[in-house]
Design a protein around this ligand. Sequence first.
Ligand code: DAT
Ligand code: MG
Length: 153
Amino acid sequence: MQKTFVMLKPDAVQRNLIGEIICRFEKKGLKAVAIKMLEISRDMAEKHYGEHRGKPFFAELVNFITSGPVVAMIWEGKGAIQVARQMMGSTDPQEALPGTIRGDYGLFTGNNIVHGSDSPESAAREISLFFSAEEIVSYQKSNEPWIYGEGAN
Ligand code: DAT
Ligand code: MG
C-alpha cells in the first residue's frame, strides 16, 4: 500500500490544530503507520526542502520550519500521496478551496499549516529522512474491507 509523508508545520502546532488535522486523515480512511513530534535542525530543514535551495523564499522557509516543534507522520492507503495533497489544498492558502486543510485554516503562503509529499520519489526520500525503519509499523485494520470494498486484500 502506498505511503506518504505528512508534516504538521510549527503554525499548526502553535494554533492547536494537531488533533483536527490528524482527525481528517483518519476519517478519510488513511492509516497512520508512524507519528512523532520533533524540532527540525537547520541541516535537516535544508535537506528536506533541498529542491527549493536558491529560491527567494528559501531562507524564510527554513526559518519557519525550524521555528518550533512539528509533527511528522506517515499515512498509508491507496493513492495516499495524491489523496493527502488534495486534502491539503493549494500551496497558497488564499487560493486553497474551502474544505481543504489550507483552505480552512490558513491565510498566508509562508504559514500554510501542512506539508505532504508530492510524488512517490519525494515520499520515499522524505520518509527516510524523518524515520528509521524501526519507527514505521505495519499492521492490519479490520475496517479495511469497509473502506476499500472487495479490493481490500
Ligand atoms: P507545497 O508545500 O504545496 O508542496 P512547494 O513545495 O512549492 O509547495 O513549496 C514548499 C513550501 O515553501 C510551501 O509550502 C510554502 C513555501 N513557499 C512556496 N512558494 C512560496 C512563495 N512563493 N513564497 C513564500 N513561500 C513559499
Ligand atoms: Mg512541495
